[in-house]
Design a protein around this ligand. Structure first.
Ligand SMILES: Cc1cc2nc3c(=O)[nH]c(=O)nc-3n(C[C@H](O)[C@H](O)[C@H](O)COP(=O)(O)OP(=O)(O)OC[C@H]3O[C@@H](n4cnc5c(N)ncnc54)[C@H](O)[C@@H]3O)c2cc1C
Length: 423
C-alpha cells in the first residue's frame, strides 16, 4: 500500500473526528484524490464545532496566557463568580498543563507564540474561502469583521498588549470612537461603546455546524465516507500502515489523521508521542432566531468577559473558560449569571427569554498553538488538533497544511512551531 506514496498516487486515509477540523481536512484530502474515511459517532460539526461564536479571527495574535491573565489566575480559583474557573476536582490533573500555561504567559514566550500564531491566523479566511469554493459553501462565510468594545479609556488601556502585538505584525485594525461603534452596531448600549477596536478582515460563520457539514458533503461527493463509530484504538503495523480499531472491527489505512479535538491525547499516547492537551470548556446561551437581526456581527465586551454573536439560532451570549476535564457535568450557573450583563450590552434582549444553553470542549494546548504535522515516529500519522479558542478560525489552514504534509510538499507556512515534538 505504501508504494503508492512513492508513485504519488491516492492513499487510503482515516480521519478520527468530524469536527470542523476533521471535515475541512477530509475535503482538502478528497480534493487531492485520496480515499478518505472519517470516523465519528456524531454528525459532522455536531459537537464543540457547532456552538462557538462564529469568528474567523484573522488578527488573533494574542495567546490565551499573558502576564495579565497570569495576574488574574488566583481569581479563577477562588472567585465563584469569575467566568474563568478551575474546578477543584480537576486541579491535580491539570497541574502539569497549568505549569506550561504559566510558562507560556511570560513576556518572551508571548512574543514567540504571537509570531507563530500570525502566519496561520492571517491566512485563515482566505483558506476557508478557497475550501468553501470547492463545495459551494462560499456564502456561509461572510466578512463582518471582529469588533471589541470598551466602556472607558481605562478598560481600553488595560488591553494594550493586544494592540502592541497586532502592530508588530501589521494586523489591519481601526480604533473607533463612540459614534463609529454605534454606527456599526446601533443596538448596543452606547455607554459601553466609548472606544472600539475593529478588525475588518475577519470572517464570520453564522452556522458553523452547517459549514462543517458542507465541507464533509463536499468530501463525500469526491468519495469520502463517514463511519458513525468511535475509534477505540490505533496501532502501527511494522510492515507499514495504520490499523484503526473501531466498533465494526479493525481496518488498515495508509495514513491516519488525528483530529479528535479535546479527545486526541489518548490516541497520541497510543502512537508513541507526548502532548499536553486539556479542555477549556466554554458555554453559550442562545436567545432564539428572531433576535439575530439585532446585530450585524460578533462583538467582544472584554470588561464583561463575554461575546455577543448574531448566529443562525439567534444572538448567542458566549463566555466561559472552565478547567474541569472531559467528564464533569456542565455548570450553567456562570453563563446564566452573565445574562444581566448581556442585556445591559444589548438592551433589546431584556424581555427575551433564552431559548437554549450549550457547553463545548475547546481542545487546548498550554501554549495556545495547535498541533499540526507528523508524528515523531513517522509521516504515516499526522496530527490536527489542539486549536483551543481558534478551531473555527484555523480549520481550513490546518487542512491545507495537513494535505501538504500528506503529499510531501513544503507548506508555505514553516511547520516547526506546531509540531508535536515541542512536548
Ligand atoms: C464557547 C466557545 C466559543 C468559541 N468561539 C470560537 C470562535 O469564535 N472562533 C474560533 O475560531 N473558535 C472558537 N471556539 C473554538 C472552536 O469551536 C474549537 O476550537 C473547534 O470547534 C475545535 O474543532 P475540532 O474539530 O478540533 O474539535 P471538535 O469539534 O470537538 O470535534 C472533534 C470530534 O472528534 C470526535 N471524536 C473524539 N474522539 C473520537 C474517537 N475516539 N473516535 C471517533 N471520533 C472521536 C468527537 O465526537 C468530535 O465530533 C469556541 C469554542 C467555544 C467552546
Amino acid at each position: 500500500m505504501l508504494e503508492r506514496v512513492k508513485d504519488g498516487g491516492p492513499l487510503s486515509i482515516a480521519i478520527v473526528g468530524a469536527g470542523i477540523v476533521g471535515c475541512a481536512t477530509a475535503l482538502a484530502l478528497a480534493i487531492e484524490g485520496h480515499k478518505v474515511t472519517v470516523f465519528d459517532p456524531d454528525a459532522p460539526g455536531a459537537g464543540t464545532s457547532s456552538g462557538n461564536a462564529g469568528g474567523i479571527v484573522t488578527g488573533s495574535v494574542t495567546p490565551t496566557s499573558t502576564p495579565d491573565v497570569l495576574r488574574a489566575l488566583p481569581s479563577y480559583i477562588f472567585d465563584s463568580k469569575s467566568p474563568a474557573v478551575l474546578r477543584p476536582r480537576h486541579a491535580l490533573r491539570v497541574l502539569p498543563w497549568l505549569a506550561r500555561f504559566i510558562r507560556a504567559g511570560m513576556p518572551a514566550e508571548v512574543d514567540r507564540i504571537a509570531a507563530a500564531l500570525y502566519p496561520i491566523v492571517s491566512q485563515a479566511l482566505i483558506a476557508h474561502q478557497t475550501l468553501a469554493a470547492h463545495c459551494g459553501a462560499q456564502t456561509m462565510i461572510t466578512q463582518e469583521g471582529w469588533l471589541k468594545i470598551y466602556g472607558s479609556q481605562q478598560e481600553f488601556d488595560a488591553t494594550a498588549l493586544d494592540r502592541r502585538l497586532m502592530d508588530r505584525f501589521g494586523v489591519n485594525y481601526t480604533v473607533l470612537d463612540r459614534k463609529a461603534v454605534t454606527d456599526l452596531e446601533p443596538n448596543l448600549d452606547p455607554a459601553l461603546c466609548q472606544i472600539g477596536i475593529y478588525q475588518p478582515k475577519s470572517g464570520f460563520v453564522r452556522n458553523p455546524k452547517a459549514l462543517a457539514a458542507a465541507y464533509f458533503e463536499g468530501a463525500a461527493k469526491l468519495g469520502a465516507t463517514h463511519l458513525h463509530q468511535q475509534v477505540k484504538g490505533v496501532t502501527r503495523r511494522s510492515e507499514g500502515g495504520i490499523i484503526v480499531h473501531a466498533q465494526s472491527g479493525a481496518q488498515t489505512f495508509d495514513r491516519l489523521i488525528v483530529a479528535a479535538g479535546a479527545w486526541s491525547a489518548n490516541l497520541v499516547r497510543q502512537l508513541g508521542d507526548k502532548v499536553s492537551l486539556d479542555t477549556e470548556r466554554g458555554y453559550h446561551i442562545a436567545f432564539g432566531s428572531d433576535t439575530n437581526q439585532l446585530m450585524r456581527g460578533p462583538v467582544v465586551v472584554p470588561a464583561l468577559s463575554l461575546v455577543l454573536s448574531p448566529m443562525h439560532d439567534g444572538i448567542r451570549l458566549v463566555s466561559g473558560d472552565e478547567l474541569a476535564g472531559l467528564n464533569a457535568s456542565p455548570n450553567y450557573s456562570r453563563i446564566r449569571a452573565l445574562m444581566p450583563a448581556a442585556r445591559r450590552a444589548l438592551p433589546a434582549l431584556s424581555d427575551i427569554k433564552p431559548a437554549t444553553e450549550w457547553m463545548g470542549f475547546r481542545p487546548s494546548t498550554p501554549d495556545s498553538l495547535p498541533v499540526i504535522g507528523p508524528s515523531t515516529k513517522g509521516n504515516d500519522v499526522i496530527y490536527a488538533f489542539g486549536h483551543g479558542h481558534l478551531g473555527l478560525t484555523l480549520a481550513a489552514i490546518t487542512a491545507q497544511m495537513v494535505a501538504a504534509c500528506v503529499a510531501g510538499r513544503p507548506s508555505d507556512i514553516a511547520p516547526v512551531p506546531y509540531l508535536v515534538s515541542r512536548f
